[in-house]
Design a protein around this ligand. Structure first.
Ligand SMILES: *[C@@H]1O[C@H](CO)[C@@H](O)[C@H](O)[C@H]1NC(C)=O
Ligand SMILES: *[C@@H]1O[C@H](CO)[C@@H](O)[C@H](O)[C@H]1NC(C)=O
Ligand SMILES: *[C@@H]1O[C@H](CO)[C@@H](O)[C@H](O)[C@H]1NC(C)=O
Ligand SMILES: *[C@@H]1O[C@H](CO)[C@@H](O)[C@H](O)[C@H]1NC(C)=O
Length: 301
């Protein structure tokens, strides 16, 4: 059932409304409720004092109702319904129904808020556009959610959902940004705030994501030579007559030197290198994983 400015309607016969204006409408106190899912809540409704002899009532699918004079009290121990709007009405002497609905917003702060770059496993380059994603899990009502993306302490943009679902939903918000080399090492994060208005909690529920640090490579790193990369295999101990290197491409490479030098390391040189050395005693092999970071290649074994 619901309410119109000229009367109540019930599901069974919403079309049969007598058009009439009511002199007084029942008054709910408070007139709007904002309740956290599972919390207790209460409201009262008063109808005009001269209506005491008419039919009047407060109807709700949940909670308990009591009456004192022309005032009705509605209490709920634990509000666990996402759509609940009590209705309060009285019938006039000419059987017109005058009614008021109590709008209730049932909210639930998000379970989890997380931020990521789409395709974050691939290296990111300056001057290219990337998509930041903020995933907000199980929040209600999502239309009251305000998502803000941050770069350090600077807000980059705010997004809202168009979804009207009153029940908890998980939604992902996206923001396109173009990275510059100043973004290298900068932290990105997002914040999800439930804006519940003046009837909501004094401090709106806010959840923040983890922070992610952008590693931004210079465009030049892919195309122009950077620094020489040296892999040293001497640590294997006794030197042998020759060393066999296997490159990330899989091709073997035999050298009399225990040091492999790549004059200009680029991302193409990333990967697993193995070095083996044979002598009278046997064969020893070491694996080196090379990671190329910006202009400075590094390796570890
Ligand atoms: C009903 O309301 C009257 C007037 O406000 C008050 O004096 C009385 O105690 C109330 N009765 C109950 C049972 O709450
Ligand atoms: C939140 O979500 C992220 C990304 O899915 C996940 O790594 C993290 O463990 C989650 N945290 C909690 C508290 O569930
Ligand atoms: C981000 O950019 C991609 C690719 O250019 C585009 O398809 C998408 O609509 C953009 N998203 C937003 C939120 O602007
Ligand atoms: C390689 O490592 C060995 C032993 O740690 C060291 O003596 C040698 O100087 C290194 N060679 C180069 C070129 O760094």
């Amino acid at each position: 059932f619901g309410c119109h400015s000229f009367g109540c309607f019930f599901d069974e016969f919403p079309a049969q409304l007598p058009y009439a204006t009511c002199a007084d409408y029942p008054v709910f106190t408070p007139s709007i409720l904002v309740v956290k899912f599972g919390d207790p809540t209460a409201a009262s409704c008063s109808v005009c004092e001269r209506c005491i002899d008419n039919i009047f009532n407060l109807e709700s699918p949940v909670g308990l109702t009591s009456i004192n004079g022309t005032t009705m009290f509605w209490t709920v121990e634990r509000l666990t319904k996402w759509l609940t709007s009590p209705i309060c009405y009285y019938n006039t002497d000419t059987d017109v129904q005058c009614c008021t609905i109590l709008p209730i917003t049932v909210y639930q702060p998000p379970d989890n808020v997380s931020v990521s770059f789409v395709d974050h496993t691939a290296p990111m380059f300056e001057g290219k556009q990337y998509t930041l994603q903020c995933t907000v899990e199980e929040v209600a009502p999502v239309k009251n959610l305000l998502v803000t993306f941050y770069r350090g302490q600077t807000a980059l943009g705010q997004l809202q959902s168009k979804n009207n679902n009153p029940k908890p939903v998980t939604e992902t918000f996206s923001l396109n940004i173009t990275l510059s080399k100043e973004d290298n090492g900068v932290q990105y994060w997002c914040e999800a705030k439930l804006e519940l208005g003046p009837y909501g909690p004094q401090l709106p529920p806010v959840e923040t994501s983890q922070t992610i640090t952008a590693t931004v490579f210079c465009e030049s790193d892919t195309t122009t030579p950077t620094q020489p990369l040296q892999l040293n295999c001497s640590a294997l101990g006794n030197s042998g007559p020759s060393y066999t290197w296997t490159l990330p491409s899989g091709s073997p490479f035999t050298s009399s030197s225990s040091v492999l030098t790549i004059n200009s390391a680029t991302f193409a040189d990333e990967g697993k290198y193995t070095c083996s050395v044979s002598n009278d005693v046997g064969t020893a092999t070491v694996e080196l994983n090379v990671e190329v970071r910006g202009a400075v290649p590094s390796f570890f074994s």
